[in-house]
Write a protein that binds this ligand. Sequence first.
Ligand code: PPS
Ligand code: ADP
Length: 181
Amino acid sequence: MAPAAPAAGRVIWFTGLSGAGKSTLASALYERLSAQGVAAELLDGDAVRENLSKGLGFSKADRDTNVRRIAFVAGLLARHGVTVLVSAISPYRDTRDAVLAELPNASEVFVDAPLTVVTERDVKGLYLKAIAGEIAHFTGVSDPYEAPLTPALHLRTDLLSVDECLQQLTTLAGLREQVTA
Ligand SMILES: Nc1ncnc2c1ncn2[C@@H]1O[C@H](COP(=O)(O)OS(=O)(=O)O)[C@@H](OP(=O)(O)O)[C@H]1O
Ligand SMILES: Nc1ncnc2c1ncn2[C@@H]1O[C@H](COP(=O)(O)OP(=O)(O)O)[C@@H](O)[C@H]1O
């Protein structure tokens, strides 16, 4: 008898401005999933752009291509039972909605902090450059970000700690609460 196919995995799609906290939260959730024996994979914007989307820029067409590529790979992984954590700015609502609708079990997580806060954080020093006009089409500064209208989760990372966000993500992912000693 052929072995049973694994149950389909799910896709948790983190969207938000640069510096809002997508990578931080996706990595933290990945650690928690792994600790509980759940097969998981991270598709992070930076790593994707180094590999799968190398050479793409930040025009709407290129961002949409990037998002569609990520969704394609996420769908393949999920089909084999993997829980896929995507973190990408994915700024355009129409494209996000379209790819999320095509994925069988996808949840959109809006990682949200005001522009003033992400500019203050300036994790990679890019906002300073964007404001100085040294980076064109920078999301939130000189390029649009269209916030989700009905996300599965809306996390205000300027108001909640990483642990508080992770608690909500744990529930969304259907994980047990982690008991800390
Ligand atoms: N013009 C412009 N606008 C926004 N972001 C820029 C830009 N140029 C470079 N970067 C860096 O690229 C990262 C965003 O890549 P993404 O693949 O997530 O973007 S997108 O979903 O295709 O819009 C983003 O990473 P994160 O900070 O992790 O979001 C930035 O570090
Ligand atoms: N509640 C929170 N959730 C996620 N990140 C937070 C939170 N509060 C503060 N931060 C900080 O904000 C920054 C977010 O950076 P990062 O995860 O790289 O953002 P992004 O992947 O969206 O570009 C990190 O320095 C992180 O420590």
